[in-house]
Every structure is written in structure tokens, then in C-alpha cells.
Design a protein around this ligand. Structure first.
Ligand code: BGC
Length: 432
């Protein structure tokens, strides 16, 4: 091609896919999203009890993943299913997940296990969840149970997914359960989740070491976005973008990575300074354009179906910032887009991968969000992010064009000229 459109991964980067238990499993297991649905809070009224029925179709999904040549899978387990009541453990649920993990291993799919991905059992939620210090031990007990139950089958862990998104949507904007609007609780939740991560980090290492495994890797999934001033010459825009960056992600990232709790987080004596990441885990989607104290989107930029700006360079800018804090291998644990008709997903993936391949950072994994379309929290079933289309009525799975592109990239170990012309070139983003 000669115009620099193709690239090879050359053993530097492995492609995988990601999912989260609540978004795919289905079932009414007494968690805060079952409850949020019952309160009528899902925009399109779809029920997380349906989702993609993965709890029953997991084998078929694993087979499809293997057919698509996917070798890395980030998946979650549902706390409310494993511990339906305080102090109770459902052994059948543990056996179920063990069977799934063993099967994935047989298919040569290597797993990255997420322990907490937004969802709480109602018994924990009713106690105030992560707003109260005395509740943190419940989470740590769950972590211990997870390692005891699955420690022989998983060596890589995400303790907590996106503490900043969980804290702000649940306790600041009130859009997610429990629907509160309190700055002080938002900050408390972020601080407490940081403590949970660091304690879990040590616990997982300690336990697996005792089990005779020396290959443990632990991190938390960090939702990061670029915050840029709308007008770089405007002082207020500049100050607000720095402030929002710190409030939303900067402080919590630093606390969780190094134990250094800076404003607005609450300092704690419980945790000593140190290094609490074996790899940097980044979930990247978009950029916020700042002109005041709130969210904003750049005008005339390419956008996805939810109006999020598509800004591939931002992934590398964010990764670089965290790498300056702690030099670790970088996994992109989520990157993807809401494209209901699958008309620009190939282009989106291509441009983000290209940005990765052009950077000098040690980015070694890329997990696409997500494998199948799934229950997208308050957006319900109407926001599709998958490489595989799901017909929710019949639960039929159909690999999308972007899914085919993904497989072809894995087979070719990169993007060839032919792949570029076939999948990327014909696609266009929405502008506006
Ligand atoms: C979350 C996912 C979610 C995705 C797309 C991430 O913030 O971890 O659960 O589906 O974004 O909104």
C-alpha cells in the first residue's frame, strides 16, 4: 500500500474481548440493577434479567469466541449470585463459574477476571455499600472467596471496574443505583474503593502465592478520558479542565496506583504508600471538551450513536499519563463504541489500534468492548457495542462485519492493505 495504512502486531499486542456479568448473564439474582429496573429507571425499560442469557448460553458463547479466534477474554462474576444473602455462599454458582473457566481454558482462551463491575447484592447495597468504612470487609471477604474458588483457574484479576464512573453516576448524578446526589458520598466512595483495591491487591497476591502460583497479576480498570479546554486560550476553560480531570480520574488513579491520597480524596492511615498495580488497565472511550464545570463535547467532531466524540489519539494520551505515574505494561481493558448499525465500528477499532501501534508505550493487550451486544446499564438493550449482534427475542447471535474484521486481524496479525480496503475505507463517522 505504501501509504502507511497497514500494520503488524508482531507479538507486541494481543487482541481480546471484554464483558461484565450483569450485562450478559440475565437472571434476577437480587442485585442493585434488578432493583433499579424494578424502580422503572432503565430508559428503554429492558430488563437485565433477560440480557443475553449468557448464564445459560455460556458454552455456545465460548465456542463462538473460539471460532472467532479470540484468545483473551475479560469477564466478570456476579457477587449477588455467589453470595445471595449476607454470609451465604451458593456452591452451585461457584461450580458453574468453575465449569465455564475450565472450558475457556480447554479452548485456549486466557481469562482476566473482574471481581466487581458496578453491581452489588441488595443486602450489601442496603447497608450503604461502599459509602461506609465498616462495609469494606464484606467486599474483601468476597475477594477472598473468589481467589479460594477460582485462584487455580485465573492468574489475572481486575479488582474493581471504574470506581470513578460507579461513584459519580451512582452518588453524584444519581442516574445509577442508589440514585443519590451527594458530593461528599461520591468522594467517600472513591476513597473507600481505593482502599478496597489496595487491600485486595495484597490479598490476591498473598493467597495465590500460598497456593503455589507465582504468576499473579492484579490491577483495577481505570476509566479515563481526555479533558481538553474548549478554547485553549480561555483561562477558565483551562482551569476547569484540569479541575475536572483531577476530580473525576486524576486523584483516584494516583491513590489506587501508589497509595498517595490527594485532594479531594480522604487520606487514610490504613494504607501505606507503595505500588499497587502489576499492569495498567485502561478503559477508554472518549474525550470531554470543557467550557465550565460539566461535561461537554467538541462540536463538529466525529461522534458515536450516544453522541460521544470519537478521538483515537486520546487513548495514547491517557495511557501515557498513567505510565508516567507507574511504569507497567498496559492493557486496554475496554475500548469500543455504540454503533447500532455497525457502520463505523471497523474504522473505530482500526484507528484506535493504529494509535496504539504508533506509540512507544508498552501496550500489550487490547480487549474490545464488547463481545456481544448487551445490557448497557440505564441505556438498556438499545445501545449496541458488540462485535456480535444479539437478537434479544430469540437470543440468536450473528457475527457482525466488525466481528469478521476482528477475526481477520487476529489471523493476519495486523491490518493488511486488503483488510483496510475491505473493512475500514468504506466506513464514515457521524459528524456534528
Ligand atoms: C463500562 C461498561 C460499559 C461501557 C460502555 C464502561 O464504562 O465498564 O460496563 O458497558 O463503558 O458504556
Amino acid at each position: 500500500m505504501g501509504d502507511g495504512m497497514e500494520f503488524k502486531f508482531k507479538d507486541q499486542l494481543s487482541l481480546g474481548v471484554a464483558s461484565a456479568a450483569t450485562q450478559i448473564e440475565g437472571g434476577d439474582c437480587g442485585h442493585n440493577w434488578n432493583d433499579w429496573y424494578a424502580k422503572g429507571k432503565i430508559k428503554d425499560h429492558s430488563n437485565p434479567a433477560r440480557a443475553t442469557n449468557h448464564y445459560h448460553l455460556w458454552k455456545q458463547d465460548a465456542d463462538l469466541m473460539a471460532e472467532m479466534k479470540i484468545k483473551y477474554y475479560r469477564l466478570g462474576i456476579e457477587w449477588a449470585r455467589i453470595c445471595p444473602k449476607e454470609g451465604e455462599v451458593d456452591e452451585a454458582a461457584i461450580a458453574h463459574y468453575r465449569e465455564e473457566l475450565i472450558y475457556l481454558k480447554e479452548k485456549s482462551i486466557s481469562v482476566l477476571l473482574t471481581i466487581h463491575h458496578f453491581t452489588n447484592p441488595m443486602w450489601f447495597e442496603r447497608k450503604g455499600a461502599f459509602t461506609k468504612k465498616e462495609n469494606l470487609q464484606y467486599f474483601l471477604d468476597f475477594v477472598e472467596l473468589v481467589v479460594k474458588s477460582f485462584g487455580d483457574l485465573a492468574s489475572e484479576y481486575i479488582t474493581i471496574n471504574e470506581p470513578n464512573v460507579y461513584a459519580t453516576l451512582s452518588y453524584y448524578f444519581g442516574e445509577w443505583p442508589p440514585g443519590e446526589k451527594s458530593i461528599s458520598k461520591t468522594v467517600t466512595v472513591m476513597s473507600n474503593m481505593a482502599i478496597c483495591h489496595m487491600k485486595a491487591y495484597r490479598l490476591i497476591h498473598r493467597m495465590r502465592e500460598k497456593m503455589g502460583f507465582h504468576d499473579t497479576k492484579v490491577s483495577f480498570a481505570n476509566h479515563v478520558r481526555v479533558f481538553d479546554p474548549q478554547n485553549p486560550k480561555n483561562v477558565l476553560h483551562g482551569i476547569c479542565s484540569k479541575l475536572l480531570e483531577r476530580l473525576f480520574q486524576g486523584a483516584v488513579t494516583e491513590a489506587m496506583a501508589t497509595g498517595n491520597f490527594k485532594w479531594p480524596l480522604k487520606s487514610t492511615k490504613e494504607i501505606s504508600r507503595g505500588e499497587y498495580l502489576d499492569f495498567i488497565a485502561i478503559n477508554y472511550y472518549t474525550r470531554t471538551t470543557v467550557s465550565g464545570f460539566g461535561d461537554g463535547t467538541k462540536q463538529d467532531a466525529p461522534k458515536n450513536d450516544l453522541g460521544w466524540e470519537i478521538y483515537p489519539e486520546g487513548l495514547v494520551r491517557c495511557a501515557d499519563k498513567i505510565y508516567q505515574l507507574l511504569e507497567r505494561p498496559i492493557y486496554i481493558t475496554e475500548n469500543g463504541t455504540c454503533d447500532n448499525q455497525d457502520t463505523f465500528r471497523c474504522k473505530y477499532i482500526y484507528e484506535h489500534l493504529k494509535a496504539i501501534m504508533e506509540s512507544d508505550l508498552p501496550i500489550t493487550r487490547y480487549y474490545h468492548w464488547c463481545f456481544c451486544d448487551n445490557f448497557e446499564w440505564v441505556e438498556g438493550e438499545s445501545a449496541r457495542f458488540g462485535l456480535v449482534h444479539v437478537n434479544y427475542e430469540t437470543q440468536e447471535r450473528t457475527v457482525k462485519t466488525s466481528g469478521q474484521f476482528y477475526t481477520r486481524m487476529i489471523e493476519e496479525d495486523g491490518v493488511t492493505e486488503e483488510l483496510y480496503r475491505e473493512y475500514v475505507e468504506p466506513e464514515e463517522y457521524h459528524k456534528g
